[in-house]
Write a protein that binds this ligand. Structure first.
Ligand code: SF4
Length: 392
């Protein structure tokens, strides 16, 4: 999953769709440090790899700290063992059925079509006439679709070159995503194509894309005034995770067009032209919000906006309640998982009283932006951290 190349797999959908983004990121230094979410995901990957190495299940690491994150049940701040276990339960049978398998396979050792090609594939299984790469996604917010996914293809061609060059062109390539924390998760999802099709993609799309990205960057470095302008950038869904979005000439131009235009007087043709820009301008505005939040978190005070504590998602059970519920209600204590406090309190007055005694609203984690006039009190992250330390 991890790679640090600026032309690596995780950004492939972006730099293939918008080759100048690579140079823009290099020029502005926007590719900063790993976000908190990404760091938690990296730690979850590490736990998965440790489990595959040791033969243990994820829950056996509860309480241990990996890359600075404890294995536990808080989805915001801890590595959830249940999520990692879903991935383990998928790849372990694959490993047993494989002629060759590898966890955290380093790419670009035997085949490097460009100096910046590289990365690490989470799990690779080579079986007769088939290679499968499995990518674990720890993110919960947006579903990652495996269909014609550039990141997966980037991993797959590299894994094929490392471990499976004996497979013929009509052999099957399976590219699977396991994203258990996504609320709509129904099981691993797989995109399938042949080795021949994957080879053509790498030859006709991936490698030319890397060269195009590099060419735009060199153009910009050599002659700053001639750096590609807005017309060379391509906006789209891939902008969502572009680290240079706030510096992007195309985003700025679209934002200006939208905010300075007179929508009331637009023709149908102009409205039609405006619509595709709305989605990407929303991404730009979210990035502006992210910048504001980062400054407030650093302690800068603004007049119009403040931080407020996020509302806790809902009540949760106190420790040890599950055994009591299971003993009293048996299977009725569960749907797939243990029923939530609101589900249990609907059973009867007796259970409503039980919930009042045995459930609690956890402390909220994280902050939101709000107008200064909002009735919620302004949060002070520095004071919160000091309070947490005072508990130790
Ligand atoms: S934000 Fe700009 S530079 Fe980044 S991918 Fe989108 S169009 Fe390209």
């Amino acid at each position: 999953m991890s790679e640090h190349s600026p032309l690596g797999a995780s950004g492939a959908a972006r730099w293939l769709a918008c080759p100048p983004s690579y140079g823009l990121i290099q020029r502005t230094g926007a590719e900063g440090s790993e976000s908190e979410h990404a760091a938690l995901g990296t730690a979850a990957h590490k736990l998965a790899d440790m489990c595959l190495e040791s033969g243990k299940d994820a829950w056996e690491y509860i309480g241990q700290t990996i890359n600075g994150y404890e294995v536990g049940s808080d989805p915001q701040t801890q590595i959830e063992p249940d999520a990692v276990q879903v991935y383990l339960d998928y790849v372990r049978p694959l490993a047993e059925a494989s002629e060759i398998s590898a966890s955290e396979l380093r790419l670009g050792q035997k085949w490097k079509p460009h100096p910046l090609y590289g990365g690490t594939a989470d799990f690779v299984s080579v079986r007769q006439d088939c290679i499968e790469i499995v990518d674990y996604k720890h993110g919960a917010g947006l579903r990652v679709d495996p269909f014609e996914n550039a990141q997966l293809r980037y991993y797959a061609i590299g894994a094929f070159k490392e471990l499976a060059q004996h497979l013929p062109d009509d052999a099957i390539v399976k590219m699977t995503i396991v994203q258990p924390r996504f609320s709509g998760f129904r099981g691993p999802e797989t995109f399938v194509e042949t080795v021949g099709e994957l080879r053509v993609w790498s030859r006709d799309v991936m490698v030319p894309g890397m060269l195009a990205a590099e060419a735009f960057a060199e153009l910009g470095y050599a002659t700053p005034g001639a750096y590609p302008d807005a017309v060379d950038y391509q906006t789209g869904e891939h902008c969502r995770f572009c680290p240079a979005i706030l510096d992007c000439p195309k985003q700025k131009a679209d934002f200006a067009a939208m905010t300075q235009g007179d929508a009331d007087k637009m023709t149908d043709a102009e409205l039609d032209e405006m619509f595709p820009k709305i989605a990407t301008v929303k991404m730009y505005m979210r990035a502006v919000e992210g910048r504001i939040q980062a400054r407030l978190m650093e302690g800068v005070a603004f007049k119009e906006v403040k931080l407020v504590k996020k509302r806790a998602a809902g009540r949760t059970w106190k420790d040890g309640v599950e055994a009591e519920l299971a003993a009293a209600l048996g299977d009725d204590a569960y749907n797939k998982d243990l029923k939530s406090p609101p589900q249990i309190e609907k059973l009867s007055k007796k259970w409503k009283d039980f919930v009042a005694e045995n459930a609690f609203l956890p402390e909220s984690t994280g902050y939101n932006l709000a107008l200064a006039s909002d009735s919620a009190p302004a949060a002070n992250p520095s004071a919160d951290i000091a309070t947490q330390f005072a508990h130790y």
